[in-house]
Design a protein around this ligand. Sequence first.
Ligand code: UDP
Length: 476
Amino acid sequence: MGQLHIVLVPMIAHGHMIPMLDMAKLFSSRGVKTTIIATPAFAEPIRKARESGHDIGLTTTKFPPKGSSLPDNIRSLDQVTDDLLPHFFRALELLQEPVEEIMEDLKPDCLVSDMFLPWTTDSAAKFGIPRLLFHGTSLFARCFAEQMSIQKPYKNVSSDSEPFVLRGLPHEVSFVRTQIPDYELQEGGDDAFSKMAKQMRDADKKSYGDVINSFEELESEYADYNKNVFGKKAWHIGPLKLFNNRAEQKSSQRGKESAIDDHECLAWLNSKKPNSVVYMCFGSMATFTPAQLHETAVGLESSGQDFIWVVRNGGENEDWLPQGFEERIKGKGLMIRGWAPQVMILDHPSTGAFVTHCGWNSTLEGICAGLPMVTWPVFAEQFYNEKLVTEVLKTGVSVGNKKWQRVGEGVGSEAVKEAVERVMVGDGAAEMRSRALYYKEMARKAVEEGGSSYNNLNALIEELSAYVPPMKQGLN
Ligand code: UDP
């Protein structure tokens, strides 16, 4: 084989696209020919990366694709309401034909594709190449989710509040039924997500292995567990974000254009003492009821801490804002309405803690910044990531949300206040901070030459370069 050529097919969601682009940069920096197949709405950051010198190929394919019943203005997952979900998943399926046409041209040696594109396993098989799965989350969460669906311990409890544990995993962590994703509880159900979950699981089993945006030192038992119990290959090659930072130094623009000017944001942070600001943000997808936004505002203010609060979808008139809130918080709190320069904020020395929904990118960005966290999972696999932070790494405390739901609600202002105080000034705060700094250092070392992620990527490239498709094995 000449130069190894890897094609990446990301999901059209910011939380999936951001790490995929980082991965593309990493591959190409190691001499791998790298091409991303993207939809036009997600092409801009890739173009920018190319302009700044990254040797990444880009091919676009229309979305929604031909034959789709999805409204034409839908360009990314965060625009998809529940009623549109079946149409959205169908549209993702319809990408198969145009993507395979592109592959016909590109003739890659390997496909790295998002979990939401289960048909790519078949596409890769057609071309006689391996499909590597990019799930976008921790291996910890993957192992817990997999065992949850095998063991189904939530079936043996008599109430929503009765705790249960999963057997056989490296850590004994307890859950209650309300924390379990609805697509897991309704497995075999007829709704769009349950059907998709089944397709993804079937495709996972047939995939060559997983590339993981994490590092072994963070979840070493799970690397072994995945191999020994599930018999699956996985390569921890992250944190991908660290590679991105080193390559460009400008970490502010990730995914979308920020709703705040970098200089304004930095000036505000610069005016604060080290470790004195709480940063609160819930990623690119999670939304909350107006009542929840109100409680959050009251809790943040009564914690007495300085804060940056990122509010997406707060509505036009924001009538959930407590009366006089913005006047009172002037100088103490900064609200960003829309997209925040998250990594820039997390990495700033004034930032002292991160209130996060535990999306994996955010969690890992918090770990890389060495920050203690308040965990506030809402849906997806976020409740598993919460357990990693609060019970395994012990670098954070939970706000106490026990309900998996698509629109967050039910966390009172007192719980917000208490959790923020605990990570900032509570009895265990110093210890959490020092543990968080330890993992920050581990993360940095993992991506350096000779580090675990650096070596894992070498091993992956070597293995892919030597790959012989099953149909050709024994023919030489
Ligand atoms: N992000 C950002 N600014 C925002 C919100 C999110 O830069 O205002 C980035 C964040 O840094 C992370 C990604 O978007 O890289 C969100 O991914 P995550 O897995 O945390 O959550 P999701 O959006 O998938 O729920």
